[in-house]
Design a binder for this molecule. Structure first.
Ligand code: NAD
Length: 493
């Protein structure tokens, strides 16, 4: 079985330690591949390569916008050519159903095309300024930030990489990238594509290893000008602390515990199907999962019956066979989710379906959890408060709009939320009241390259995707031009 290597300064290299780590297929528990296990010294080499590329050789940074766009389109074309392979890799090391991986790869390809297009879009502004020092022309230009460190989670392996890499590369930065050790394979393949298109030496580097070592070194290095991170709020906090040394720019896309408010006057069948997507898509391992479901009392019984019927009918199996639900990402994640299920039972939530590991047939050795619905939950329960990141939802009944809004906002997170009603004014009222960065009305989870993504409160800092996504990777420089070249007479003597 081959050993996956770091890509540093344009070369595929093994980590200094000579150690390796297993990448496990969560559907079978088998080893899929080995990755070289890097540490601080490997990471510092990658940072140094990126620094040289940005500040000395300057090749990518000084490449004109149209040429950078052409390279990015070529990357997208090569990703497209490898679409099936990339999707298979995501299903193999993450476990998700193949049709979901295919959707992720298509979005990742479009992300590169989208940012290729934005490179040459006009940017900057001109300003009407006062003339205290004589007439002035004032305007802004955008410049790349410099050396950018990027750290990603395992839940959308290639897609989370694309959300970070495409805008940062488009803006002309040099990158040091660390994927999650659980699911690095498709991103390593993407770096092979970067190599194939001839990205300049040191402009894109990938270092494989643990968060505590590689990730921490990136976040703490004074030679890194910016760090962007997607992952848990806890690690996000440690990255923010690490970044303090040189006050590097940061972008944080963190956890969530998003509410889904279902009113009596909604289309119930539609709301149930979207609630399924909001809870069970990607085995529930979605930062914006809306697995806190507030259901108004008039339809509570009917809604829950329909939800349980659908959840119980879901097919479970190896993602390669396209079931409705695959395994969760790892044994430790499975144990964590099963722990939350036990907590739900202990604290008095009513378990209506699932609630167990699934080991039938081909699932015997994998990390499968049955789709789980808890009913009659309350705000003080752990399964209502904490991010579970598995196929588990908690239904909380409510009476009034005010009560629903209050409970929905009763969380330290603020990533997303959903509201289901046919009353347009109510939908807009509730949408405005929820303190979250993304709101869905009569739908749940759709995400677009063209629209900004990110959270309020402890769900993050900054926005990915859209025009905002590329602006995060740019510095803004204010330029002032005196329209008279002569002395202005401030110091008369
Ligand atoms: P995680 O925080 O455990 O790990 C994320 C990444 O950080 C991994 O690459 C990991 O190796 C690295 N890391 C760990 N410790 C580190 C440290 N001390 N310094 C630097 N890097 C370190 O998260 P995860 O389990 O991989 O992913 C699940 C989490 O990601 C969930 O909380 C989920 O909500 C969040 N997430 C958020 C978004 C979003 O857009 N807001 C998207 C996807 C996932």
């Amino acid at each position: 079985m081959d050993l996956k290597l770091n890509y540093i300064g344009g070369k595929w290299v093994e980590a200094e330690s000579g150690e390796k780590r297993e990448v496990i297929n969560p559907a079978t528990g088998e080893v899929l591949a080995y990755t070289t296990e890097s540490g601080e010294s490997d990471t510092l080499k990658a940072i140094s390569a990126a620094k040289k590329s940005f500040y000395e050789t300057r090749e990518w940074r000084d490449t004109d916008g149209q040429t950078r766009a052409d390279v990015m389109l070529k990357i997208a074309d090569l990703m497209d050519r490898s679409r099936e392979e990339l999707a298979r890799l995501d299903t193999l090391d993450n476990g998700k159903p193949l049709r979901e991986s295919e959707g992720d790869i298509d979005d990742a390809i479009h992300c590169f095309r989208y940012y290729a297009g934005l490179i040459t879009a006009p940017s900057g502004h001109t300003y009407e300024v006062n003339a205290g020092f004589g007439p002035m022309h004032s305007y802004t230009i955008s410049e790349p930030v410099g050396v950018v460190g990027q750290i990603t989670p395992w839940n959308y392996p290639l897609l989370m990489s694309a959300w970070k890499l495409a805008p940062a590369i488009a803006a002309g930065n040099s990158i040091v990238f660390k994927p999650s050790s659980n699911c690095p394979l498709s991103t390593i393949r993407l770096f092979e594509i970067f190599d194939e298109v001839g990205m300049p030496e040191g402009s894109v580097n990938i270092v494989l290893g643990s968060g505590g070592s590689v990730g921490h070194t990136i976040a703490a290095s004074k030679d890194v000008d910016m760090v962007t991170f997607t992952g848990s709020t806890k690690v996000g906090q440690s990255i923010m602390a690490d970044a303090v040394g040189n006050l590097k720019k940061i972008g944080l896309e963190l956890g969530g515990k998003s509410p889904n408010i279902v009113f009596d006057d909604c289309d119930i069948d539609g709301a149930v199907e979207w609630a399924m997507i909001g809870t069970f898509f990607n085995q529930g391992q979605v930062c914006s999962a809306c697995a806190r479901i507030y259901v108004q009392e008039g339809i509570h019984k009917e809604f829950v019956e329909k939800l349980v019927k659908k959840a119980s009918a879901m097919t479970i199996g190896n993602g390669l066979n396209n079931p409705d639900i695959g395994p969760v990402v790892s044994e430790s994640q499975m144990k964590k989710v099963l722990g939350y299920i036990e907590k739900g039972k202990e604290e008095g939530a009513e378990l209506l379906c699932g609630g167990k590991r699934y080991t039938e047939g081909e699932c015997e050795k994998g990390f499968f959890i049955m789709p789980t619905v808890f009913d009659n939950c309350s705000q003080d329960m752990t399964i209502v408060k904490e991010e579970i990141f598995g196929p588990v939802c908690a239904v909380v009944p409510f009476k009034t709009e005010e009560e629903a809004v209050k409970m929905a906002n009763d969380t330290e997170y603020g990533l997303a939320g959903a509201v289901f009603t046919k009353d347009g004014a109510k939908a807009l009222r509730v949408m405005k009241e929820i303190r979250a960065g993304i709101m869905w009305i009569n739908c749940c989870q759709p995400t677009f390259n063209q629209a900004p993504w990110g959270g309020y409160k402890m769900s993050g800092i900054g926005r990915e995707l859209s025009v905002n996504g590329i602006e995060e990777y740019r510095e803004i420089k204010q330029v002032n031009i005196a329209l008279d070249t002569g002395a202005i007479g401030w110091y008369e003597n």
